[in-house]
Design a binder for this molecule. Structure first.
Ligand code: PLP
Length: 389
């Protein structure tokens, strides 16, 4: 049976060019980048090239790139790094502003911060997932130290007005962080164009390896590290660097930038065709998220009278990999905080699926997925009608 992967927001396959670039650093080029001998220098050179590749892909300087273990660590380091620095400088209470629909890497960091005495404001979003910028502006206080709003949402794909939020943060002298884990490679991500102070990237969402990421930190932004050790990554993220992973991320970032002229438009067409075909063939369905301000690869649908988990399992039997919400929350039984925040009705919310497209999906696959959705939704509705009798 043919397998169709439509869960690229959870993770992406490693690009063969990325894998090729990494392999020598597992074998003959295994040096520690801090060692003075030629093995070490080889690793240090690879690290420098990868840093430049990532910097070039987002319009940054290479000294502004901090390699981490992924998006989660980058988000933690950004928010806690600012608060810890200000605390050690001034020792005053502080306030954080974020949105109600952030990834758990930000939301659970904020929950923890609240548990140790910080104040957090969760700004609401409208029914299409766009942040209420006026509410954000009104929530700014004298002790607001950091604002963190994601560039694009991982569940519904809505793209936020980051430039506008960055300018508000700047006018109020507040550090602004954005999580660009889902937007990287799908829409242009340029730190100066966006006006952000910090930005998170994860390698495995852009056809790179898992377990490596970046926090962009604008020069002059003062952070406290979360862990302590040697002097690597300007002491912000000490520990022997994951050279193969970093080399892979550098290559993936380079390719993502290079393919920006083609991949997003291709995925955009597939996305719109899938949405149109589903709406033409299935009744009682809604599209979650913004109709146009959305990632080119995101389709998030809710089917009335259907249970999302059952739909996923039946799609899996037909060879189709999709997801109910984000991969991280799909194992928890609670309904999505994002769909709740945009006000999806209870009769729809449990029948939600996310199909996140990739550059290797085809129009034939879109047809097969539409057909499978039509059959599966009909079957589940029939079963739920029978079970209600
Ligand atoms: C928006 C967003 N932020 C952060 C993360 C976490 O990234 P990582 O898996 O690299 O820790 C994810 C992963 O799904 C994500 O979608």
């Amino acid at each position: 049976m043919k397998r169709i992967y439509m869960d690229h927001s959870a993770t992406t396959p490693v690009d063969p060019l990325v894998l090729d670039s990494m392999l020598p650093y597992f074998t003959e080029k295994f040096g520690n980048a801090s060692s003075l001998h030629s093995f070490g220098q080889e690793a240090a050179e690879a690290l420098a090239i990868a840093r430049q590749q990532v910097a070039d892909s987002i319009g940054a300087e290479k000294n502004e790139i901090i390699f981490t273990s992924g998006g989660t660590e980058s988000d933690n380091l950004a928010i806690r790094g600012i608060l810890d620095k200000k605390n050690s400088d001034k020792g005053k209470n502080q306030h954080v502003i974020t949105s109600a629909i952030e990834h758990p890497a930000v939301l659970n960091t904020c929950t923890f911060l609240e548990s140790i005495g910080y104040d957090v404001t969760y700004v609401s979003v409208d029914s299409e997932g766009i942040l209420d910028v006026d509410e954000l502006e009104r929530s700014i206080r004298d002790d607001t130290s950091v604002i963190s709003v994601m560039h694009a949402n991982n569940e519904i794909g809505t793209i936020q007005p980051i430039k506008e939020i960055a300018s508000i943060a700047q006018d109020n002298n507040i550090c602004f962080h954005t999580d660009a884990v889902q937007s990287m490679g799908k829409i242009p991500v340029d730190v100066n164009e966006l006006g952000v102070d910090m930005l998170s990237i994860s390698s495995h969402k852009i056809h790179g390896p898992k377990g490596v990421g970046v926090l962009y930190v604008r020069e002059g932004t003062d952070l406290e590290p979360s862990i302590f050790g040697g002097g690597q990554e300007q002491t912000l993220r000490p520990g022997t660097e994951n050279i193969p992973g970093i080399v892979g991320l550098g290559k993936a970032a380079f390719l993502a930038k290079e393919r920006l002229g083609h991949d997003p438009e291709y995925m955009n067409n597939l996305r719109d065709s899938l949405i149109t075909k589903v709406f033409d063939s299935i009744e009682d369905v809604r599209l979650n998220g913004h109709p146009t301000q959305r990632l080119p690869n995101n389709v998030n649908l809710s089917f009335k009278y259907v249970e999302g988990e059952s739909l996923l399992m039946l799609l899996d039997i037909k060879g189709i990999a999709a997801s109910t919400a984000s991969a991280c929350s799909s194992k928890s039984k609670t309904s999505s905080h994002v769909l709740n925040a945009i006000g999806v009705d209870t009769e729809y919310i449990h029948g939600s699926v996310r199909l996140s497209l990739g550059r290797d999906n085809t129009t034939d696959e879109i047809d097969y997925v539409t057909q499978s959705l039509q059959e599966t939704v009909a079957k589940l509705r029939e079963m739920s009608a029978v079970s209600k009798c």
